[in-house]
Design a protein around this ligand. Structure first.
Ligand SMILES: CC(C)=CCC/C(C)=C/CC/C(C)=C/CC/C(C)=C/[C@@H]1[C@@H](COP(=O)(O)OP(=O)(O)O)[C@]1(C)CC/C=C(\C)CC/C=C(\C)CCC=C(C)C
Ligand SMILES: [Mn+2]
Length: 364
């Protein structure tokens, strides 16, 4: 069994063959936990290393519509994610447009389960969204925003698997509102955020002088996705519990700290003082320490990225990590306060990120 699993997950030997192998039929659905991430990571590394485009180069879509489509993607990115958008300004125009196209596809996917029409979304709607994904990777986009991603897949060696995995993550949100263990939560984090890292890596590229394996760089990228999602989850504990009856923090860990599901759903302020309950403080301290470790694991990979990608990635890392500091500064009260990074702090962090991007660790 172990041998079979390793063969399925590791790279297949004909890495540089020209035909894109977008899937091994039947396999991904049977995978669980960290194997889901490993399977997609190896498929992405194969495509990246072999520079295999999923769509034949020279994809065309009626007249100048593609230019307009990319422009729209840029507008949406700058409206919803100012820092990501700013980060793309140092990239080549082709890279920036590709990141916008990926961003818009991710945002639209998230909106299906979290947007204004979310209550009407059925598993069928997600099936339809997945059919559209398969079609756009097959060179047959449904609308102009899909066409921007098709064009991106003709220009950069993207693999379809992380896109499929993200849709499955959104399916999880339709049917699952509790996570028993950290392993279960880890799979969710990969599906909704680690996937973003796998989608972006072949666009951002690798430092040209780096001659080592891609695996450590991809592992670091995945760590950043996980760190970001764990941070999101810790920031939104109260909102998720009160407004959506959702608990993402692992139930077995709550139990270990003597906290019941019911207490979490009503908020963990001490009845006498109104301050945060001590059990919650220690629990949160543990959660924050683990999330910080994922940020630290991500750091080693940033210097191995192509120079123009380092600043946006350092910015994302430094800014997101500060949300954890903000939760601590709120005395771990993520029930009645929303942790955020004030604008002035963001402004200070951007040049810090820029300096780190210019000075890789070996020169610091
Ligand atoms: C070596 C190394 C460190 C490489 C870096 C690789 C890399 C580019 C990693 C990116 C990591 C990253 C930014 C992950 C995004 C995580 C995230 C914000 C996921 C969001 C899910 C959260 O869902 P939830 O419903 O809990 O939260 P909301 O209340 O809805 O916020 C998502 C919403 C899923 C959809 C993701 C997006 C819309 C963001 C996609 C972002 C990009 C494509 C741009 C990334 C670009 C840069 C420059 C980092
Ligand atoms: Mn969301």
């Amino acid at each position: 069994m172990a041998v079979a699993r390793a063969t399925l997950l590791r790279p297949q030997s004909n890495v540089s063959s020209s035909a894109p192998s977008s899937s091994a039929p039947g396999l991904p659905q049977t995978l669980k936990g960290r194997d889901v991430e490993d399977y997609a990571m190896w498929r992405c590394i194969e495509a990246h290393q072999g520079q295999r485009m999923s769509v034949p180069r020279g994809f065309k879509w009626s007249g100048g519509v593609l230019d307009q489509a990319y422009e729209k993607c840029g507008q949406v990115t700058s409206e919803y994610a100012k820092t990501f958008y700013l980060g793309t300004q140092l990239m080549t125009p082709a890279q920036a447009k590709a990141v916008w196209a990926v961003y818009v596809w991710c945002r639209r996917t998230d909106e299906l389960v979290d947007g204004p029409n979310a209550s009407k979304i059925t598993p069928k709607a997600l099936d339809r969204w997945e059919e559209r994904l398969e079609a756009l990777f097959d060179g047959k986009p449904y609308d102009e925003l899909d066409a921007a991603l098709t064009d991106t897949a003709a220009k950069f060696p993207l693999h379809i698997q992380p896109f499929r995995d993200m849709i499955e993550g959104m399916r999880m949100d339709l049917v699952k509102s509790r996570y028993e263990t950290f392993d279960e939560l880890y799979e969710y984090c990969y599906r909704v955020a680690g996937t973003v890292a796998l989608m972006c890596m072949p666009i951002m590229g690798i430092e040209p002088s780096y001659k080592g394996q891609l695996e450590p760089v991809y592992r670091a990228a995945l760590a950043l996705g996980t760190a970001n999602q764990l941070t999101n989850i810790l920031r939104d504990v109260g909102e998720d519990a009160y407004q959506r009856n959702r608990i993402y923090v692992p139930l077995d860990e709550l139990d270990k700290y003597g906290i019941s599901e019911k207490e979490l759903l009503t908020g963990l302020h001490a009845p006498t003082t109104g301050q945060m309950d001590d059990r919650w403080r220690t629990f949160m301290h543990f959660q924050i320490t683990r999330a910080r470790q994922y940020f630290t694991d991500a750091e080693s990979g940033v210097d191995l990225l192509a120079p123009q990608a380092r600043w946006p990635v350092w910015s994302a890392l430094i800014l997101y990590r500060q949300i954890l500091d903000a939760i601590e500064a709120n005395d771990y009260d993520n029930f009645s306060k929303r942790a955020y990074v004030p604008k002035w702090r963001k402004m200070v962090s951007l040049p810090v990120a820029y300096t780190r991007a210019l000075m890789p660790a070996r020169r610091r």
